[in-house]
Design a protein around this ligand. Structure first.
Ligand code: HPA
Ligand code: ZN
Length: 345
């Protein structure tokens, strides 16, 4: 049986990514290239200066820089190249399926047409699917710092592209913008056939997770870390098999956890929660899927069984059909049954 380093085991094991903001995969070098092409300036003079600004004390400090970066994306080619660069990275990590978020209000508010954004993103995903077989879903996120009317207008703009969009989500500044603020637009979205997810319990209290379940009827909770503060909520999430799309490096960089050794991933698994590993905003938080798995596995000494479970969970929690899920899970188990790793190499 091949014995791999932990990094190689993690890189090679089949997996799905379910929590990635495509604008959060915008690498500094590409950001400067695209800004220059569009004759736009960033509030930083160099890649080095920009990277030095990637020190965050909370979600809002990150979001301010994230929106500044996203502001140089203008043409369909920009969105295409952004998505293509992300897909090239995760292809090397044996990500077989990805469900990506995009934030159209960030772009339409600057006068960029919705179709420019989605055409670019989707063309890259389609090309990747044709060439490597990687499958994908697209999830439209409403910005929760904006009002519900703005979300309604976005839903209307998305209507002609409904076939391309599997679900709607909720992101941006969590505290003071509870899921209840968007109950009506989520209801409309569900009536139109969209699945729903929401960021909840990243900085916001467990009550926001409860609202996401009860009012937005979400299929998954994005992050969900603070659910652990409410034992009854944990039991319900476990019983109903509501997945949590957890993002270890994001949690560290945004100070949701102070030290990776205190990350709740192991506790989540022990409590029977369907936790998954994801990158959130990999260009800003220090890495893609491999780095996220490696950081949490090393800090918490996760076993091969636990790492395998996280990869199984990623397919179970996906919006793939049940036959495909089964096929993918078999690939994870086949890999894990025929490989092992040495922890200290
Ligand atoms: N939380 C909320 N909104 C976001 C995030 C996040 O981690 N990343 C991009 N938008
Ligand atoms: Zn996120």
């Amino acid at each position: 049986m091949p014995v791999l380093s932990l990094r190689e085991f993690i890189r090679k094991i089949p997996k799905a990514e379910l929590h990635i903001h495509i604008e959060g995969s915008f690498e500094p070098e590409q950001m400067f290239t695209i800004a220059g092409r569009n004759q736009l300036t960033l509030p930083f003079t160099s890649v080095d200066e920009l990277k030095k600004a990637y020190e965050f004390n909370n979600l809002q400090e990150f979001l301010d820089i994230y929106y500044a970066g996203a502001g140089v994306l203008v043409t369909e080619l920009d969105f295409f190249e952004l998505t293509q660069a992300y897909l090239r990275k995760i292809r090397e990590e044996n990500v077989l399926h990805t469900e990506i978020f995009f934030d159209p209000q960030t772009h339409t508010e600057r006068g960029i047409a919705f179709e420019t954004v989605i055409n670019g993103i989707r063309r890259a995903l389609e090309e990747e699917n044709q060439s490597s077989g990687m499958s994908y879903r697209i999830i439209l996120c409403f910005l929760r710092h904006l009002d519900e009317d703005s979300a309604f207008r976005m839903l209307e703009m998305a209507a002609p592209f409904k076939e391309w969009i599997t679900g709607v989500g909720l992101d941006s500044s969590e505290v003071s913008n509870p899921p209840s603020k968007f109950a009506q637009v989520f209801e409309k979205a569900r009536e139109e056939g969209y699945l729903t997810v929401a960021h909840a319990g990243e900085e916001g209290p467990p009550a926001y997770v409860r609202e996401a379940l009860d009012l937005l009827k979400v299929s998954r909770i994005d992050h969900g870390n603070r659910s652990l503060e409410d034992e009854a909520l944990v039991m319900e999430l476990a019983e109903r098999k509501i997945p949590l799309t957890v993002c270890p490096l994001s949690n560290l960089k945004l100070r949701v956890v102070e030290d990776m050794k205190n990350h709740p991933m192991k506790i989540m698994l022990e409590k029977g929660l369907s936790a998954t590993v994801n990158s959130d905003d990999p260009a800003y938080f220090g890495g893609y899927m491999t780095e996220n798995f490696l950081a949490v596995s090393t800090a918490l000494s996760l076993s091969q069984a636990e790492i395998t479970q996280l990869c199984v969970n990623s397919f179970l929690a996906s919006f793939l059909d049940s036959d495909t899920k089964e096929t993918m899970i078999q690939k994870v188990l086949d890999f894990s049954n025929t490989h092992s790793f040495m922890m200290d190499s």
